[in-house]
Design a binder for this molecule. Structure first.
Ligand code: ATP
Length: 112
């Protein structure tokens, strides 16, 4: 299994959620976040306001997937998140050792 994490622009959330649902993910987690990337110090616009400070509002989307789906899912997220402007975000994946579905006790890919 892999954990795919995307830190992206908040206004792309609906588009990304729809793309992930169409892909067939079983679940996802969304949290509010803030951060900066390489463009620190440059101006980024969020809801009409210009941010020149280092921390800009973002959302973090996390999805657990089977190994074989990871690369395709990353592409789905990148495509749905992209505006082509500064601060579009970052997507990465890490290996996951264990996942447990609490209600049933299932483990591994069956738990997703
Ligand atoms: N190296 C990093 N480690 C952890 N989080 C990061 C890193 N780079 C970016 N992020 C997170 O991703 C968010 C979006 O990154 P951002 O789009 O600014 O990255 P970037 O690679 O500098 O892209 P761009 O050049 O398009 O601005 C940041 O606000 C931050 O929360």
């Amino acid at each position: 299994m892999k954990l795919i994490t995307a830190v992206v622009k908040p206004h792309r959330l609906d588009e990304i959620k729809e793309a992930l649902q169409a892909f067939g993910v079983q679940g996802l987690t969304v949290t509010e976040a803030s951060g900066y990337g390489r463009q620190r110090g440059h101006t980024e616009v969020y809801r009409g306001a210009e941010y020149t400070v280092d921390l800009v509002p973002k959302i973090r989307i996390e999805v657990l997937v089977e190994d074989e789906d990871a690369e395709q899912l990353i592409e789905v997220v990148v495509k749905a998140a992209r505006t082509g402007k500064i601060g579009d975000g970052k997507v990465w994946s890490v290996p996951v050792e264990t996942a447990v579905r609490v209600r049933t006790g299932e483990r591994g890919p069956d738990a997703l």
